[in-house]
Design a protein around this ligand. Structure first.
Ligand SMILES: Cc1cc2nc3c(=O)[nH]c(=O)nc-3n(C[C@H](O)[C@H](O)[C@H](O)COP(=O)(O)OP(=O)(O)OC[C@H]3O[C@@H](n4cnc5c(N)ncnc54)[C@H](O)[C@@H]3O)c2cc1C
Length: 374
């Protein structure tokens, strides 16, 4: 194994890992990414990037590249029982995970970044700063940036956060299929909500979150069927998307809740993205948090000569923000799935006649980590 003793070892070539790599390369800080898959794997899904995530992409000069290959919706329409409640101007970029990965990966490689595929982290020795892989190889590194996602080995090797998962009672269906659409559509119902948006290349991503007492597996790869989807979500809504039957696949993901996080670093490891703070996906903030974390850590490592100081400042900046997003994500499901007709009518009235939507998203979306750091 090569000598990486002056490198920051980034574990995972996902959104957090690639973005951190780009930030470090930009500042000539030696780094290497270790990824367990044989390629950058985007899981064929859609993704929405709200303004707080777009600030990071813009600062890295990646936003325009991404916009060129994404859908650029102008409005978001909210429905209740297929009746429009209201519509608002869209500030969110909707795209495919593939497009986002392509843009990040291309930049990282163009900067001369080094990725070791087929390297699944197995063990960490924090005293020796040694990381070991499933194939038996190991190496000494200067620091570990844990970007290995929701079931982070980097986290489970030093804390019990991942052991304390609890099924949320919600499952999320997802599918991408050929279709044309120029708005983001939200269907709010009792015990479910459906979001569909264009991702570019005349494709639409559909996500349906449903209350589901059967404990589902937490996996991007768990297949579902259209018949099952139709049993769980009113067919009147799914019928609006006839080409879903020819989709690239219908998948079902069990949403699990983890306790609030207490720390974002331990000794020589710093945690980013889902590895730091796994959150439920109900306000679409996981990837945006990964972008914010990676920008912040990359910036602070460059600013402070010492990694220990960078870690302290990173946690100080990020912990409060990610804890608040964790709370808000959990609350959103309750609001989306109101059952009682009286409260549904009040919610719809407030959405139609007040600034409630703007006010709920403002503190999340207007946060610009790049201007906070300078
Ligand atoms: C249904 C659903 C819809 C979502 N929609 C949105 C949305 O619209 N907007 C949004 O902002 N967020 C959304 N999210 C959340 C978002 O997908 C995640 O928060 C985001 O991908 C986190 O990025 P990450 O880099 O931390 O982790 P990941 O993207 O999961 O990347 C982790 C990487 O680490 C690698 N890896 C894992 N273990 C190891 C190991 N032991 N050794 C080496 N490599 C390893 C993996 O192969 C992977 O490449 C959604 C999530 C779900 C479940």
């Amino acid at each position: 194994m090569e000598d990486y003793s002056d490198h920051i070892a980034i574990i995972g070539a996902g959104i957090a890992g690639l973005t951190l790599g780009i930030m470090l390369n930009k500042n000539n800080i030696p780094n290497v990414i270790f990824e367990r898959s044989s390629h950058v794997s985007e899981n064929g899904a859609g993704i929405s990037i709200s303004p707080n995530g777009k600030f990071v992409l813009a600062k890295l000069d990646l936003l325009e590249d991404l916009q060129k290959i994404s859908a650029n919706c102008k409005k978001t329409i909210f429905y209740s029982n297929l009746n429009e409640i209201t519509n608002i101007k869209t500030e969110v970029l909707t795209t495919s995970r593939k497009s986002l990965y392509d843009v990040l990966f291309t930049r990282y490689k163009r900067q001369g970044g080094e990725i070791k595929f087929d390297h699944e982290l197995e063990e960490i020795d924090l005293i020796k700063k040694q990381i070991s892989f499933k194939d038996g190889n190991s190496c000494i590194v200067n620091h570990i940036a844990a970007c290995d996602g929701i079931k982070s080995k980097c986290h489970s090797s030093i804390s019990s956060l991942n052991a304390k998962t609890k099924y949320s009672g919600y499952s999320v269906w997802r599918s991408i299929f050929k279709s044309k659409q120029d708005s983001i559509n939200f269907h709010l119902g009792s015990d479910f909500h459906v979001v569909s948006y264009p991702v570019g290349e005349n494709k639409v991503s559909l996500i349906a979150a449903v209350k589901d007492n059967n404990r589902m597996v937490e996996s991007w790869k768990e297949r579902g069927s259209l018949d099952d989807l139709l049993r769980e979500v009113p067919s009147s809504i799914i019928k609006k998307y006839p080409s879903i039957k020819d989709s690239e696949g219908i998948y079902k993901w069990g949403v699990y809740i983890r306790p609030q996080i207490e720390f974002m670093y331990k000794k020589n490891i710093t945690y980013l993205g889902d590895a730091a703070h796994p959150i439920v996906p109900f306000i679409g903030q996981g990837a945006c948090m990964a972008l914010e974390d990676s920008y912040a850590l990359g910036y602070l490592i460059n600013k402070h000569n010492n990694l220990g100081d960078a870690q302290i400042h990173y946690q100080k900046l990020r912990l409060k923000r990610v804890r608040s997003i964790h709370r808000k994500s959990l609350n959103q499901a309750r609001l989306n799935h109101i059952k009682n007709p009286f409260f549904v009518a009040i919610r719809n009235f407030l959405m139609r006649h007040t600034n409630i939507i703007h006010n709920r998203t403002k503190s999340i979306w207007s946060y610009d980590v790049t201007s906070k750091l300078g």
